[in-house]
Design a protein around this ligand. Structure first.
Ligand code: 7TS
Length: 415
């Protein structure tokens, strides 16, 4: 398989030099990291930003009158502005959370559970990550809400006819992945938002697998909530973002109580700080927020259009390699650009964990399991899959290395 080279594409060698971990070896072999949908690796400027914060500016935010406290607060609030610009969204809707999971839980607990009424319906899809299923189940149980699901068609895309039926009263909220972490499917979020808004429902977008990989504009999606994690986009673990329409945040009661989120506390009641601070109780992860802002700079310097095009090119190559290996079941849309760079497959009836173990011996890191999508596994009629997922630092040679390692799996298991 020859590598596809195009001078207009991103300079992968230059990018790779920024990621120290990519120089590692696994035993005798160079690391081939194809698990970025689980978490991305971190470039030097992000590692430097975290270190610089703790070396020179560490202090608590929003309280000190001293210089370090002011600097830490500026770093944190500048990070909020940087992230708002990155997702093209109004800045007072950016709530810092730990990860996409916490962002979705915030919406489920403070919006669905508190502001919806018994009998109201929440629509999800069959391809959602557990983080975009369980919080709604908890809210539905608490508040007497109904849950309904848009099905997944055999080609790994959503059943949009069913979506049109479901996105009518009594539906009040749709929550949907922008890009599936298993199938790679890129869902038509803008179209679904229009359908939902036409009937007065709000839309929450699980952007954990889209914001890191392609330009995402909250203004053009016109969604009401959007959640994502820093650690999948070159930033540290422990920081994530919920963007919400500020007018919805105004109406929503706090999710967590404590320091920073209050205006005044009396013994019998309290009043709340302004939005978005009302949703940020306790000391935040300032270093990781600073790292996330630098990750935004890094991804924009490389160019998100270029990253997306690079991943599509790798995905096309990977689909060809899997076809050439033969005897595999590959899930999700068969063609780009309806899909992004997360590709799930199985090797005959070899258990995915066994495939993953042999691949690891060859230096290739993939994920094997249900990928926190048990209902989707049932829809695909499998217990688990192997998943290769790509990012800006992956090369065409690495895709070929995966192909060679899969031949080794077939040899070992005689399939
Ligand atoms: N939503 C989607 C679509 C995801 O892929 C993930 C994580 C989450 C939400 C939750 O993100 P977290 O940062 O809050 O944990 N997905 C994966 C994965 O595919 N493999 O490991 C984590």
């Amino acid at each position: 398989m020859t590598a596809i080279t195009d001078p207009a594409t991103l300079d992968v060698d230059r990018v790779r030099a920024d990621f120290p971990v990519l120089a590692r070896r696994i035993g005798e072999r160079p690391l081939v990291y194809l698990d970025s949908a689980a978490t991305s690796q971190k470039p030097l400027p992000v590692l430097d930003a975290v270190e610089r914060y703790y070396w020179y500016s560490n202090a608590n935010v929003h309280r000190g009158v001293h210089t370090l406290g002011t600097e830490a607060t500026e770093l944190f609030e500048n990070a909020r502005r940087r992230i708002a610009a990155f997702i093209d969204a109004p800045e007072d809707g950016v709530v810092f959370v730990r990860n996409a999971t916490e962002g979705i839980n915030l919406v489920a607990a403070s919006y669905a559970r508190e502001l919806l009424s018994p009998g109201d319906r929440i629509v999800l899809t069959e391809m959602e990550h557990h983080s975009n299923l369980v919080p709604w189940q908890l809210a539905a149980e608490h508040a007497g809400l109904e849950l309904a699901y848009i099905g997944v068609r055999d080609d790994g895309t959503l059943d949009l006819e069913r979506a049109a039926e479901l996105l009518r009263p009594p539906t009040r909220l749709l929550s949907i992945a922008h890009q599936s972490n298993v199938l790679g499917t890129i869902n038509p979020v803008r179209q679904l938002v229009e359908m939902a808004h036409e009937h007065g429902a709000v839309v929450c977008v699980d952007a954990a697998q889209s914001v890191p990989h392609m330009p995402v504009s909250v203004r053009s999606l016109d969604c009401d909530f959007l959640a994502f994690s820093g650690h999948k986009m070159c930033a540290p673990m422990g920081i994530g973002v919920l963007w919400a329409r500020p007018e919805l945040l105004e109406r929503m009661p706090p999710f967590l109580g404590g320091g920073s989120m209050i205006l005044r506390v009396d013994l019998d009641h309290s009043t709340w700080n302004s939005v978005p601070h009302k949703f940020e109780a306790g000391t935040p992860d300032v270093a990781s927020a600073a790292g996330l802002a630098v990750a935004c700079d890094y991804l924009d310097a490389v160019g998100r259009d270029r990253i997306h095009a690079h991943e599509l090119s790798l995905t096309r190559h990977l689909l060809d390699v899997l076809d050439e290996v033969g005897g595999l079941s590959v899930y999700g849309p068969g063609s780009v650009p309806e899909r992004g760079g997360a590709v799930s497959f199985n090797v005959a009836d070899v258990h995915p964990h066994d495939v993953g173990t042999i691949l690891d011996r060859e230096g290739v890191a993939v994920r094997a399991g249900h990928h926190c999508c048990q209902p989707l596994m049932r829809r695909l009629d499998v217990d688990a899959t192997v998943r290769a997922s790509m990012y800006l630092y992956n090369t065409h040679a690495e895709i070929d290395a995966l192909g060679a390692a899969l031949h080794e799996v077939k040899r070992v298991f005689r399939v």
